[in-house]
Design a protein around this ligand. Structure first.
Ligand code: NAD
Length: 354
């Protein structure tokens, strides 16, 4: 099978990571060359032994490139994606795909017209911590999950330059919120009835430096999504409550606790002294009523996003990251901004009977 040939637009943090780490790890995928608008980044690419095109047109006109990755600031994705499609290339675009669902729909319409495909690099569906959470939910290790919290906390503020700028597509909802929402909706595809959101502006930027989002699903499941950049002490990456168990996971590495009910009949817990009071409600469970269990093995998600793209293009396989899912997450982020501005919860999917 001949290799999928790639050109990369944008040789900054993520573009260079694709070039140095992700693409070389993939069989059947070959990097042909890169283009960056900044001469210093083109020089860096050359120094790393890569072919750097002098202009965007040079890269797009190269018949030896089948797929173009767009790894530039978010406000440039749409125009670059359309230019690549109109040059007959397939396109892989970095998250958050586009600035809005309208932009993404416009790009998909061009792709339809020219008969080429668009893929979005929602890579965190493959994160090991998320794969373990998926295994826990799918195996019903905690019973029926009724509440899930997915957080990402840091204390470095908003990094870089364009991420501070609303017009460039900065802010933490588009930066990290998109990953957490994409994971959540991939795991729980049920309709979402209500959306509530708060954006934080602790650092005084024009864009939000964090967000707290509460989602209510039609199934009754509730979810909390939180991104913070001034969290000197982090809350756990995951906190999951099911009808017969609770789990938390500290960070990407899978440390934490999973505690499940044994189902064994035991005496009611004895009251304990707590602070200056007495409580039976909050006393530890009676011995034998619960047990700690290890995290399960990660649920397998195969193949890799790159190999999936190769199979979609060569054999008509189904994309793992579907554009309908990407569009839904973009719409959800729009609802999050609207709910935060209105200080009220807003409906999202049309839920029958509500
Ligand atoms: P960055 O600022 O480090 O790099 C962006 C690069 O694009 C710069 O080198 C800049 O010179 C270049 N550039 C800007 N406009 C251009 C244009 N019109 N044509 C060609 N080059 C142009 O930013 P980054 O952190 O690499 O982010 C780039 C994209 O990757 C964003 O969409 C971001 O959301 C995404 N990203 C994804 C992940 C992930 O895990 N999937 C991680 C980080 C960033």
């Amino acid at each position: 099978m001949s290799a999928l040939t790639m050109g990369v637009i944008g040789y900054g943090g993520m573009g260079s990571y694709h070039c140095q780490t992700l693409i070389p790890a993939e069989p059947n995928v070959k990097l042909v060359g890169v283009y960056d608008i900044a001469p210093a980044q083109r020089a860096a690419a050359t120094q790393a032994g890569l072919k750097a095109y002098a202009t965007l047109d040079d890269l797009l006109a190269d018949p030896g490139i089948a797929l173009v990755l767009i790894a530039t600031p978010n406000d440039t994705h749409k125009a670059l994606a359309i230019a690549a499609l109109e040059h007959g290339k397939h396109v892989m675009v970095e998250k958050p795909a586009m600035m809005s669902s309208a932009e993404f729909s416009a790009v998909l319409a061009v792709a339809d017209k020219v008969g080429r495909q668009v893929f979005v690099h929602q890579n965190r569906r493959w994160d090991p911590d998320f794969r373990v959470v998926t295994a826990m939910v799918q195996a019903q290790l905690l019973g029926d999950v009724f509440h899930i919290e997915s957080r990402i906390h840091g204390a470095n503020g908003i990094p870089g330059d364009w991420r501070h700028d609303r017009a460039a597509g900065g802010g933490m909802v588009l930066d990290w919120g998109v990953h957490l929402l994409d994971q959540l909706l991939f795991l729980f595809p049920a309709p979402i009835s209500r959306v509530q959101a708060r954006l934080s502006h602790v650092l005084g930027n024009e864009v939000e430096d964090g967000c707290t989002v509460e989602l209510t699903f039609a199934t009754g499941l509730t979810a909390l999504i939180e991104v913070g950049t001034t969290n000197y002490v982090k809350l756990p990456r995951w906190y999951i409550q099911g009808t017969t168990g609770t789990a938390f996971m500290r960070h990407w590495e899978q440390t934490g606790e999973v505690v499940v009910a044994t189902g064994v009949e035991t005496q009611a817990p004895a009251p304990i002294k707590a602070g200056v009071g007495l409580t039976k409600t909050m006393a530890p469970p009676t011995e034998g009523a619960v047990r700690h269990v290890p995290f399960p093995a990660p649920a397998v998600l195969e193949p890799s996003i790159y190999q999936n793209i190769v199979s979609v293009l060569n054999d008509g396989a189904t994309p793992i990251v579907k554009n309908s899912e990407v569009l839904r997450v973009l719409r959800l982020m729009e609802t999050i901004f609207a709910a935060a501005a209105a200080h009220q919860s807003l409906p999202f999917d049309a839920v029958p009977g509500q």
